[in-house]
Design a protein around this ligand. Structure first.
Ligand code: 5GP
Ligand code: MG
Length: 183
């Protein structure tokens, strides 16, 4: 019952981005989005579960009318490397024709997830499509993916926290960090 934040943080080898720095950067991204889409109604397509906290914080600071659609994507099957086998749960009645779409995810890594979802969105003929990610890993992409809004560029390391998990845990950390090898 009495697990403290210190208790959860003790599984981290180090903090990569602290909670205040995340909030500042997310606010700055929200202002960019509000400026770039002035006069538009946004259709946000948010990828769950990892994008949950990023999306919740970002959207509350975007000063535009919007609709929110969520879809789930998973390619990790519990490990620290993508399996490359992407499972998508697409909302059956999602119609983005003529919409200004903002696609949001937690991390751009190999690019497999976002390129598949971008292609599927573009098939629906939206008026525009832009993509935002909290983190972009510096690595050679398997698929090149345009992302107009990037919170932080990070090295090719496995991260958890602020929505991102390892085997379902650590999503509730307020910061982004690297796990101890034993966790
Ligand atoms: P991609 O398809 O670009 O290789 O991977 C994208 C997805 O893999 C992200 O949406 C995220 O769910 C997951 N992912 C990639 N790197 C990491 C990581 O370092 N930590 C966690 N928890 N998930 C990751
Ligand atoms: Mg994901």
């Amino acid at each position: 019952m009495s697990q403290t934040t210190t208790g959860i943080l003790s599984d981290l080898e180090r903090v990569l981005v602290d909670a205040d720095t995340i909030q500042e950067r997310v606010s700055a991204l929200a202002h960019e989005v509000s400026r770039d889409f002035t006069g538009c109604t946004l259709s946000v397509v948010a990828i769950m579960d990892g994008g949950l906290f990023f999306v919740a914080d970002l959207l509350r600071e975007i000063d535009l009318p919007m609709r929110l659609h969520t879809l789930s994507a998973s390619s990790y099957q519990g490990g620290k490397e993508t399996s490359g086998d992407l499972k998508l749960t697409w909302p059956p009645d999602l119609d983005l024709a003529g919409q200004h779409v903002l696609l949001l995810d937690d991390i751009l890594d190999t690019g497999i997830t976002l390129s598949a979802i971008q292609a599927r969105i573009l098939e629906q003929n939206p008026a525009s499509l832009r993509t935002g990610v909290l983190l972009s890993k510096k690595r050679r992409r398997i698929r090149e993916v345009p992302a107009e809004y990037v919170g932080f560029e990070i090295e090719d390391e496995f991260v958890v926290g602020y929505g991102m998990d390892y085997q379902g845990r650590f999503r509730n950390l307020p910061c982004i960090g690297i796990l101890r090898p034993t966790s």
